[in-house]
Design a protein around this ligand. Structure first.
Ligand SMILES: [Fe+2]
Ligand SMILES: [Fe+2]
Length: 278
């Protein structure tokens, strides 16, 4: 086959044209990992194998539950955050989490009556009755908002990244937008914590308060990855749904937040400190 002209990568393949240059984006149609790698992704609930059906519904219920729970946690700070800018970002975060909850419920809707029953239950959940501990704790202080969005939202990002290009097409395609919105949340969280730690009372609280918030939320964030030897997480990988085991994802997270926290002049407690799920 004659080689076409134009720029080439180091390996000699043509550099794909961007959309702007009149190129196209090729969607990934095949399952990329797990026992069905190479087979076409599942695009409707009817195509999803029975063992994956159950797990996918369970994962979407947990996902939606965290989104709706965090709205309840943020709500009191919409008109109590220290600055006007902080209040505006709080409002944006609440709107984003509502959209993420809706997104997860749209996937549940694919699963007919069973999915709808789950949505009805999710919408009736009161504060303090959610699946994960991190989402049953109140934001008593503004430093809680900072540490929660810095650590807990960041774990959420790892969970979403684990779904990127997964074997269920509608879920895979929902990831890029959700990830870009979450990026704002965790950048905001890091900035709030940094300001509390460094600005010493000119903004809100002081370094000791920021450190207390780190000690409170970091263990709950680590717990969110789940048990280290989870059979479910191995199954999710085999089904092409998740990319990493719980322990792999937790390790990557620790590697990321350690320098970030130290740069604020704060310290992370040891990874086994105050843990509920190991
Ligand atoms: Fe979210
Ligand atoms: Fe978020």
């Amino acid at each position: 086959m004659a080689k076409s002209d134009g720029p080439r990568t180091d390996l000699g393949a043509p550099v794909p044209k961007s959309l702007k240059d009149g190129g196209t984006i090729e969607p990934v149609r095949e399952i990329l990992w797990g026992s069905a790698a190479g087979v076409r992704k599942y695009e409707t609930a009817e195509e999803v194998p029975a063992d994956m059906w159950k797990l996918l519904v369970k994962l979407m219920v947990v996902q939606a539950d965290t989104e709706f729970a965090s709205i309840q946690q943020h709500r009191p700070w919409l008109d109590r955050a220290p600055t006007l800018e902080d209040r505006w970002i709080e409002a944006r975060i609440v709107a984003d989490e509502a959209r993420h909850g809706l997104q997860a419920c749209r996937i549940l809707r694919d699963f007919g009556e069973e999915g709808q029953k789950m949505i009805d239950e999710l919408l009736g959940k009161e504060e303090g009755h959610h699946k994960l501990d991190a989402f049953n704790m109140k934001f008593d202080r503004w430093s809680d908002v900072g540490a929660f969005t810095c650590f807990v939202d960041r774990v959420g990002v790892y969970q979403l990244r684990a779904f990127q290009e997964c074997s269920y097409g509608p879920l895979a395609r929902a990831m890029p937008l959700m990830l870009s919105e979450e990026q704002l949340h965790l950048n905001f969280g890091a900035s709030v914590l940094r300001r509390i730690a460094k600005d010493e009372a000119k903004y809100y609280g002081d370094k000791a308060e920021a450190q207390a918030a780190v000690n409170k939320w970091y263990p709950r964030a680590l717990d969110m990855f789940g048990h280290s030897n989870s059979e479910t997480s191995r199954k999710a990988i085999a089904l092409g749904l998740k990319r990493w085991t719980n322990e792999e994802a937790r390790e990557r997270f620790i590697q990321e937040v350690t320098p970030l926290t130290n740069a604020m002049g704060l310290e992370l407690p040891p990874s086994d400190f105050d843990r509920h799920i190991l």
